[in-house]
Design a protein around this ligand. Structure first.
Ligand SMILES: N[C@@H](CCC(=O)N[C@@H](CS)C(=O)NCC(=O)O)C(=O)O
Length: 198
């Protein structure tokens, strides 16, 4: 069985776990602490980032978007529609959701890795402005939640879970459509709730 090097708080790992579950692909979960730079992780991904999918034949796949594409091929297009326009829409939604996480993670690392006096507020503000703009766009036009969803919706659920975990109370105000979207997602796909960052 393929192994996923992951962390329960990692939004990209969360997306991939949801994608595997949604596509009905069994994976072994191997928790990893990136700060310890474990040899298994570094040999699988020299960037030392998770998630990484380790295939049975020893090949390794990163990053999370390469993994969702791989899972899509394995599942014969359960994660991305065949129709080119719809597929593009799903890929862009995944990229936007991941992009929000890139900004959020950059803020978390700025605070976590620098001494307090060296935390650079303009950098935090710049990242927060990007997150705000993306959330406003999504709140104005939340993606549909039909029975058959794509990796785009999975990515967005993972992202909102990460924001709730690290920025709880800071992003929800005025974004009721998006918070309701997450609640509706959990009602429709209760089997994926355990994959939300936490
Ligand atoms: N673009 C990558 C981002 C992966 C990423 O940044 N993962 C974080 C955890 S959420 C990580 O491994 N951080 C450790 C580090 O940067 O050293 C993806 O989509 O997989």
């Amino acid at each position: 069985m393929p192994k996923l090097l992951y962390a329960s708080t990692s939004p990209y790992s969360s997306k991939v776990r949801m994608a595997a579950a949604y596509a009905g692909i069994a994976i072994d979960l191997v928790p990893v602490k990136t700060e310890d730079k474990p040899a298994e992780l570094i040999s699988a991904n020299p960037l030392g980032k998770i998630p990484v999918l380790v295939l049975e034949d020893g090949r390794t796949i990163h990053d999370s978007r390469a993994i969702t594409q791989h899972l899509n091929r394995l599942s014969k297009n359960v994660l991305f529609p065949r129709n080119p326009d719809k597929r593009l829409e799903a890929e862009v939604l995944e990229a936007l959701a991941d992009g929000i996480c890139d900004c959020a993670l950059s803020m978390v690392y700025e605070r976590r890795t620098r001494p307090d006096a060296m935390v650079y507020q303009p950098w935090l503000d710049r990242q927060w402005a990007k997150i705000t703009a993306a959330l406003d766009l999504l709140n104005a036009n939340p993606p549909k939640l039909p029975k058959k969803i794509t990796a785009g919706q999975l990515a967005l659920r993972a992202t909102l879970g990460y924001l709730a975990l690290r920025f709880g109370g800071q992003w929800e105000k005025g974004r009721g459509r998006l918070t309701r979207w997450a609640a509706r997602f959990d009602e429709k796909f209760p089997e994926l709730k355990g994959c939300v960052p936490g």
